[in-house]
Design a protein around this ligand. Structure first.
Ligand SMILES: [Mg+2]
Length: 432
């Protein structure tokens, strides 16, 4: 059954570049701009659905290859749309693999279309996307403070220069955050500003001696009532993982991807008495059977951009619960449309295990009307209004698209950015 007003009339993809501070990770350093793609799906009935995914030229090409094929398809027939995307966008594997960033195309593209279609369906029914995912289990969704080692600067047109007359979180968003005291100050500022009830550090740029000592410094400052997570992005060898993991027992709520691969994670779990989380070793449904067989992690961090949308994230949640795993969400640099999607998903989870990750406070710009979605008391509220409850700010979209044209960056390459600071620097998968 199809109804003409449900049919897709047009898909518009706009690449944008968002100022992004020089945040460090094991793959290098963030470029002055993070790339996103804003997707708009318009139905024959004139209803507009929006979504947002990580951007690069490959993703734009993949969207162009399916744009025409989806015209005339019914936004309710998401499985049909998924099979078109799968048939058209060939990938060597559905696993994430050892790349520094998740570069899978089909899951990204389908998630972009699925979220926009859910936005449309919500608008048609005059309900929130959360109501299409099982309904409202909570009105406010908790997010963790997400700390980074960072160089001085705010990204984008500010370059790496810090503005002189700023204070509070804006100061720490721009200031250097590399030494232990800088990192603790960054944490205090973030928690003071956004009221987060848990804290994550993106690790990997420095030796375990320093990063583990910094986690202890955070623990010493905030005490045992502030859950701490630490993510070296599998930059550690197995032996390093055992040695330094043990030194974090009693300090962490969970340890995220200390080592690479399900077998290494499973073995480490037996040696180190801390729950392990992943967004690297179990990254697709095809990896679930072995995850269950070897018990590679305690918590799976979904990301609707990487798992193929919001409904498949709910399916993943159900699998996690079936096999006794915790569930939470991973994040990349993103704007308010993805933030809204994450809030709707978080609000629909029957049980809420761990505060979700978000990079959102690191971005100063947004693409939605009314500016950034507030995080208060550590939580973000479900946006008002049908669908995702957010609307594109056309002036901002134009400005951020112009950034994309002007900045010349066409794909994320943190190694290349790091080599601007240190020409001898190389990304290696198992650094320590
Ligand atoms: Mg991670």
């Amino acid at each position: 059954m199809s109804h003409s007003s449900h049919q897709i009339a047009k898909i518009i993809a706009t690449p944008i570049a968002v100022p992004d501070p020089p945040l460090l990770n094991c793959a290098g350093i963030h470029a002055p701009y993070a790339l996103r793609i804003i997707l708009e799906v318009v139905t024959e009935g004139g209803i507009l659905g929006v979504s947002e995914i990580p951007g690069n030229e490959r993703s734009m090409e993949a969207i162009r290859s399916i744009q025409g094929l989806l015209v005339g398809k019914d936004v309710l027939q998401l499985s049909q749309i998924l099979s078109i995307v799968r048939d058209e966008i060939e990938e060597p594997s559905d696993e994430r693999g050892g790349a520094p960033h998740d570069a899978r195309l089909a899951v990204h593209i389908f998630s972009a279309i699925e979220v926009a279609c859910l936005d449309i369906l919500g608008k048609m029914l005059e309900v929130g996307v959360v109501d299409l995912l099982g309904g409202r289990m909570r009105e406010r969704v908790p997010f963790a403070a997400y700390l980074f080692y960072k160089r001085k600067g705010a990204g984008g047109t500010y370059g790496y220069e810090t503005q002189p007359d700023i204070s509070g979180w804006e100061y720490h968003r721009q200031a250097e955050g590399i030494e232990t005291e800088d990192l603790v100050a960054q944490a205090i500022s973030m928690v003071d500003t956004f009221g987060n009830k848990s804290i994550k550090l993106k690790g990997g740029p420095f030796v375990p001696e320093k990063e583990v000592a910094d986690m202890h410094a955070l623990y010493d400052h905030f005490g045992p009532d502030m859950p701490l997570r630490y993510d070296p992005n599998a930059a550690w060898s197995y032996d390093t993982g055992v040695q330094w993991g043990k030194k974090l027992e009693g300090v962490l709520q969970y340890l995220e991807d200390p080592v690479k691969g399900q077998e290494n994670m499973a073995n480490l779990r037996k040696e180190v008495n801390i729950p392990l989380a992943t967004n690297m070793c179990t990254t697709s449904f095809s990896q679930i059977p072995n995850s269950v067989r070897v018990h590679s992690e305690d918590i799976i961090l979904s990301d609707h951009h990487f798992w193929g949308g919001l409904r498949s994230s709910i399916e993943l949640y159900r699998i996690c619960k079936t096999f006794g795993r915790g569930f939470s969400m991973h994040s990349n640099s993103h704007l308010g449309i993805s933030m809204a999607a994450m809030i709707h998903l978080g609000a629909a989870l029957p049980e809420f295990d761990y505060d979700l990750d978000t990079h959102y406070p690191w971005q100063n710009e947004d693409v939605i009307v009314g500016g950034k979605i507030p995080i208060e008391d550590g939580c973000a509220e479900i946006p008002d209004g049908p669908g995702l409850g957010v609307e594109i700010d056309r002036e901002q979209l134009k400005k951020l698209h112009q950034n994309y044209i002007d900045c010349g960056i066409t794909e994320r390459d943190d190694e290349f950015e790091m080599q601007k600071l240190d020409p001898s620097w190389r990304f290696v998968e198992e650094r320590y």
